[in-house]
Design a protein around this ligand. Structure first.
Ligand code: NAP
Length: 538
């Protein structure tokens, strides 16, 4: 311990799902003095910023929430299987109010830097509002998909129309009625937005760089009897999702796709397709992510579905994914996505067959030598995922080291929660943890509870600093890569592989198994049980 008293025991950056629970946990469980800084004007994080038409949860709502508040699990009623963004934001507002969290949160305030003071073992944190505060612990609850990617298209500055990125959509909404609209991108966000925009716009042009494998969400009201049964069984559900592979109630079929008959396979595929949601992706044959031939069978079924849904065979062909294995890019869930391309007011411009985007012009977008006049352009072009928001914090660890430099060839973390040379700094659902490959609230709760126990342990044992050893970190990075290199995930140009941002070093960002979320939880608990093995405690 040092003689210097910090302004706070902990500073938490971000007031989304992670920041909300981190504050609740450190303040109300450990009695610490905590400050949360949040760039938005209220809580919500992802669900505050992503207000594009059609934005909704892709996990079943009954497992998409906090499980620490058992009473709320019983009280809260979701209106449908996958609630829309405003409803999730209302939920998070409700949690913040119910636990009186806002009094320790400062909104409209962005953290722009921070450095570790090695003499006093404190973090100093700087904000764009002029705060310069000290804290023993610094926790990044900045989200994984929060650093917006707006590609630097040639001629962008010339465009005279309006443009928006889906992750920074105006809070007043956008009226597309009677407008010529362009959507750039066909990832999970665009797949939600395109059918909604197509209903309003006079003319919609979709610019596709890579076709995606989409499966139906099958949203709708949930049978009240099902909800009642789930509420009665929440303790078991929570246990199951915590021990599961993806933090979901989805389990692989314990067979190879190649060992069953074509009839049996087709029946299974139809069953998963009918169930909707992540069933086809996360509960398919167990070799789907490992064996190209097994994967081809799963992919072929979706290709047939696309061909049977899209009426114009030329358009269908453009929408058929090519050149990468099914499931190696994030599974978009769709509601009338493929059907939307049957509408007269919708045009698909495919980079491979029609030509890529060449430039933004004064009036629209030029692709494949043709100009498409547009009143509004919506960029659904994603994020500098996982490492982007952490690097943007401009933190300086021991000896002034930066994440930018330390992660020059991709992320280096220990367990995805700590970085060597950055003492007392933690990342919730950080790179090289299951994070985006899981149902996020499950992984968020696990990290928050693990970090809380760690801090509690430090306080009780009179320790001042904790940091990952470089050796433990190197071993973890090696393990993360070894596991994923045995799968097909590394073969795709996905944002998981950092391939979406020009110049970003190629590296797999999350942690995939081998036993998923459940196995990772066990590993973290073992590390704690062994006195925080792999960390230096001083
Ligand atoms: P994304 O998956 O990265 O998709 C971005 C799209 O923009 C891709 O089609 C990409 O093409 C295209 N693109 C990027 N740069 C481009 C360029 N320079 N020129 C032309 N096209 C370009 O981003 P996202 O759709 O926003 O989704 C990101 C993640 O957010 C998802 O994977 C998911 O994890 C999460 N998400 C969650 C939910 C939910 O749960 N409710 C909903 C939406 C999104 P390429 O494929 O060729 O790179």
């Amino acid at each position: 311990m040092t003689g210097t008293t910090p302004d706070f025991d902990a500073v938490v950056i971000g007031a989304g799902f992670s920041g909300i629970y981190m504050l609740k946990s450190l303040r109300d469980k450990l009695g610490l003095k905590v400050k949360v800084y949040e760039a938005g004007d209220t809580v919500g994080g992802t669900w505050y910023w992503n207000r594009y038409p059609g934005a909704r949860c892709d996990s079943d709502a009954y497992i998409y929430g906090f499980t620490f508040d058992k009473q709320l699990l019983q009280e809260w009623e979701w209106s449908e299987r996958y609630p829309e963004q405003p409803e999730i934001l209302r939920y998070l507002e409700h949690v913040a109010k119910r636990h009186e969290l806002k009094r320790d949160m400062q909104f409209n305030t962005k953290v722009i830097g921070g450095e570790f003071d090695e003499q006093n073992n404190l973090w100093t944190v700087h904000t764009d509002k002029g705060d310069n505060v000290t804290a023993r612990f610094l926790i990044a609850a900045v989200g994984t998909l929060s650093y917006t990617n707006v590609p630097k298209f040639k001629g962008f500055e010339k465009y005279k129309g309006k443009w928006y990125h889906t992750s920074q959509f105006p809070h007043t909404g956008v009226d597309f009625t009677g407008k010529r609209v362009g959507v750039v991108g066909t990832g999970a966000t665009a797949v939600q937005a395109i059918p909604e925009i197509a209903q309003q716009a006079k003319h919609l042009v979709v610019f596709q760089r890579t076709a995606n494998y989409c499966v139906p969400a099958r949203n709708g009201k949930v049978d009240p009897e099902v909800t009642k049964a789930r509420k009665a069984d929440y303790d078991n559900i929570v246990k199951r999702i915590r021990e599961s592979f993806f933090g979901q109630e989805h389990y692989f079929i314990p067979k190879s796709a190649l060992e069953v008959s074509a009839d049996e396979r087709e029946r299974e595929f139809e069953k998963k397709w009918d169930a909707g949601g992540f069933a086809y992706w996360l509960a398919n044959y167990q070799d789907m992510f490992f064996d190209q031939k097994a994967n081809d069978l799963c992919a072929d079924f979706i290709k047939r579905k696309i061909r049977s849904t899209v009426k114009d065979p030329r358009v269908a062909e453009k929408l058929i994914p090519k050149g990468y294995a099914y499931g190696t890019k994030r599974q978009p869930l769709d509601t009338n996505y493929y059907e939307t391309f049957n509408k007269d007011n919708v045009v698909l411009v495919d980079a491979k067959t029609d030509g890529p985007i060449e430039e933004i012009t004064e009036n629209g977008i030029r692709a494949g030598g043709k100009e498409y006049p547009l009143d509004i352009i919506v960029f659904a072009t994603g994020f500098d995922a996982m490492t982007g928001p952490l690097k943007a914090l401009n933190l300086r660890g021991r000896g002034g080291r930066t994440l930018d430099k330390e992660w020059g060839d991709g992320p280096h973390t220990y367990l995805g929660v700590s970085v060597a040379g950055f003492p007392n700094f933690f990342t919730i659902t950080g790179p090289q943890s299951p994070s985006v490959l899981s149902n996020m609230p499950v992984s968020i709760e696990q990290h928050v509870e693990w970090i809380t126990d760690l801090i509690d342990n430090m306080i009780r044992s009179g320790k001042t600093t904790i940091e990952a050893t470089p050796q433990a970190q190197d071993q973890w990075v090696k393990h993360v890569n070894e596991v994923v290199n045995a799968t097909l995930m590394v073969t795709a140009n996905s944002w998981y592989m950092s391939a979406n941002i020009p110049g970003k070093p190629k590296a797999f960002l999350p942690y995939l198994g081998p036993e998923g979320v459940g196995g990772y939880r066990k590993k973290c608990d073992e590390v704690a049980a062994k006195g925080y093995e792999g960390f230096n405690l001083a």
